[in-house]
Design a protein around this ligand. Sequence first.
Ligand code: HEC
Length: 124
Amino acid sequence: MLRKIAAVTILAAMTAAFVAAPATAKEGEESKHATKDVMKVAFKGGLLKKVAGGDASDEEKAKLHAMLVSLSKNKAKKGEADSWKKLTSALVKASKAVVAGEADAGKALTKAANCKACHNLHKE
Ligand code: HEC
């Protein structure tokens, strides 16, 4: 519970301007964003592309990072937990590097966001 409060506080601070999806994330108790929402907003919706392309504001970068942290806390309905952890940690790491302004972080983010590789293993 304390961990949940801490995580929510940090995410809220990072994404102050972002109105979160309903906090009833079924997939992960500590997660604020359901996998479906992350897919719709970040992956399909273009946020990830914008951030990876270097055109995003600091706020958008922080929002994406927060969503990917949530994704890593969600459970995949299909596939190995270890594999899910590996794929989502790479996304968290790359988006963190973008927030930190590291060179080539956008490229690493694009590479980590391999739609097909992850869907083949983890999408029902
Ligand atoms: C780390 C793993 C992962 C990556 C990378 C990933 N996805 Fe997904 N995606 C999923 C999973 C898991 C689901 C199924 C979610 C569910 O049904 O709860 C999903 C579902 C979706 C959906 C359906 C959402 C819905 O409303 O049911 C879309 C659209 C989608 N992904 C787009 C993308 C695109 C585009 C990319 C690449 C730019 C991408 N995804 C990369 C894991 C991933």
